[in-house]
Design a protein around this ligand. Structure first.
Ligand code: HEM
Length: 508
């Protein structure tokens, strides 16, 4: 945008100069154009980085932290913070009643963090289509997920959602339970193999669960086992490379957010990321093409719908590390869960109604997603100027929803907001019962389309694991990081041993 404005201004100024001083040589014209263009570009950038945010912007009076670096804003503080949510939560605690909190990010751009329930409702629901995904977000996420429904806007988004909603309806998700259970059994088979003849085994679960989740989504969306694709390197190897980048490659991803260097930097760390990413997309495109041909030729195809877009396969994964602040011990919480799951018939897989009937399991899963929301940031940009909660938001302003902010807000969840307490879901206050108090899947017209499927997967796999094993985390302290989703840094090692009888009786 600046580039076009500067070019237009330079042309106008050059024409005026020519009128005043007569026609000069082509060389002079090009030289003058370049000088004028650079001067203008520099001035505009200086204005927007050094003057506008601090002396002119209508957002400057909104409460927010002032301890930013003069050029890179809060970027350094975010990098130094204890986990990806820490700064947002500390600001939200400092200004609990503010609808928005304003902070300065890289290059002194202003960002608004959504804070109150009402502001969440307006941004995500009432005025949902006044906001779009910012271009830099498309660069970081789009390069991994591709540009499907996630990046469709306005009317195009409404149409795509209408087409896809049916596939993810409760009645369809119900039918997918056997697929999920089948993969749950494959997962426990892997754990059994690792235990072998020993009493217990330590297993790195992030890659194990990621693989199971991917396999389920692959089978549901492509109608194919990803393991059976015979690609070299395999689909899972490429996927692992994308999500477990080297420090240099992660740094490049961060830089790519602001300066789109990714596609032409001749570094090995960059090349392997780009190659893995391209390979994943190639495999998916190929499978989708095959599926489309099958669908076109098969009479029964309409009974077996598949998603027409490749990005849905690279989706959010569940991680559930234990909370350091919890009041109940891990043993007690898992004991309650085990006791409830053990009320299911011993043999055979539970059906959908039986799983949905497990009240504590449902509370447990929602509490995991409340305390450890996998999506750390949901990015938006004002498509046009808009007023929310008496705050004037100019077009182009970046707005961020961080699910942990409403999910830890003391005005919504009370003073125990940071504690892991599954029972809180049985007695919600009017604030915490609001659909905007729990944002792990976002809400409004852009709510996660896979929410029902993700919850079913989470519960069904937990049932499978809890029935078979007793388990505990091996590492004492977990460091969480954000790479597209919340992940334990360096993975999560869990000690599994085959379960005996449930030992804990539920209190009360
Ligand atoms: C625990 C698991 C999951 C979590 C926490 C999660 C979270 C989210 C969140 C927060 C959004 C909103 C993103 C935004 O507006 O920028 C979203 C959107 C989306 N999710 Fe999920 N998701 C999960 C699983 C899934 C699954 C299993 C699928 C599909 C198989 C899926 C497909 C999508 C799609 C297509 C969108 C875009 C919806 C739209 O813009 O209309 N998600 N998800």
């Amino acid at each position: 945008m600046y580039l076009q404005t500067c070019a237009a201004l330079s042309v106008a100024e050059l024409s005026a100069l020519k009128l005043m001083h007569g026609v000069s040589s082509t060389c002079d014209i090009v030289y003058s154009f370049l000088v004028l263009f650079c001067l203008q570009y520099l001035s505009i950038n200086l204005y927007y980085t050094c003057i506008y945010p601090f002396f002119v912007s209508p957002l400057r009076k909104i409460p927010g932290p002032k301890d930013h670096h003069p050029l890179i804003g809060q970027t350094l503080n975010q990098f130094r913070a204890n986990g990806p949510y820490e700064l947002y939560l500390s600001w939200s605690r400092k200004w609990p009643a503010a609808p928005f909190i304003r902070y300065i990010s890289f290059g002194n751009t202003e960002t608004l963090l959504v804070n109150s329930l009402r502001a969440h409702q307006e941004v995500l629901s009432t005025k949902c289509y006044s906001f779009v995904k910012p271009p830099f977000f498309a660069r970081i996420v789009g390069e991994v997920t591709g540009m499907g429904l996630v990046f469709a806007e306005g009317e195009e988004h409404r149409i795509q959602r209408k087409l896809l909603n049916g596939i993810f309806s409760t009645s369809n998700v119900k039918k997918l339970l056997p697929v999920v259970q089948l993969h749950g059994r494959c997962l426990t088979k892997t754990i059994d193999q690792r235990i072998g003849c020993d009493v217990s085994a330590v297993v790195e679960v992030v890659s194990l669960f990621s693989k199971a989740t991917l396999d389920i989504i692959g089978l549901i969306t492509l109608g194919k086992e990803l393991d059976s694709l015979n690609a070299k390197p395999s689909f899972h190897e490429c996927y692992d490379l994308i999500f477990n980048q080297s420090p240099l490659s992660s740094g490049l991803t961060a830089v790519n957010t602001y300066i789109p260097l990714r596609s032409w930097l001749p570094l090995e760390a960059n090349r392997s990321f780009v190659a893995a990413n391209n390979e994943v997309k190639r495999i998916l495109r190929q499978q989708i093409r095959l599926r489309q041909i099958e669908t076109a030729t098969s009479k029964s195809a309409t009974k077996n719908p598949s998603l027409p877009i490749s990005r849905d396969i690279l989706t959010y994964l569940l991680e559930a590390p234990p909370s350091p602040q919890q009041q109940w011990t891990e043993d007690e919480l898992l004991g309650y869960l085990r006791n409830e799951i053990m009320t299911l018939p011993r043999h055979g897989d539970p059906d959908y109604t039986q799983i949905e009937g497990l009240r504590y399991l449902n509370n447990f899963c929602r509490e995991v997603l409340r305390v450890y929301a996998p999506a750390v940031m949901i990015w938006r940009q004002a498509a046009h100027s808009v007023v929310i909660e008496n705050t004037y938001i100019p077009a182009g302003t970046n707005v961020i929803i961080s699910p942990q902010v409403p999910q830890f807000h003391p005005h919504i969840w009370g003073s125990s907001a940071a504690n892991f307490e599954p029972d809180r879901w049985d007695s919600l206050s009017s604030e915490s019962a609001s659909p905007y108090a729990f944002q792990a899947f976002s809400s409004g017209p852009r709510v996660c389309i896979g929410k029902g499927l993700a919850m079913l997967e989470f519960k069904a796999i937990l049932v499978e694991i809890v029935r078979k094993y007793e388990f505990e985390a091996v590492e004492g302290t977990l460091v969480l990081e954000n790479y597209l989703t919340l992940r334990p840094r360096g993975g999560l090692r869990v000690k599994f041993k085959v379960a005996g009888e449930g030992k804990m009786k539920r209190k009360g």
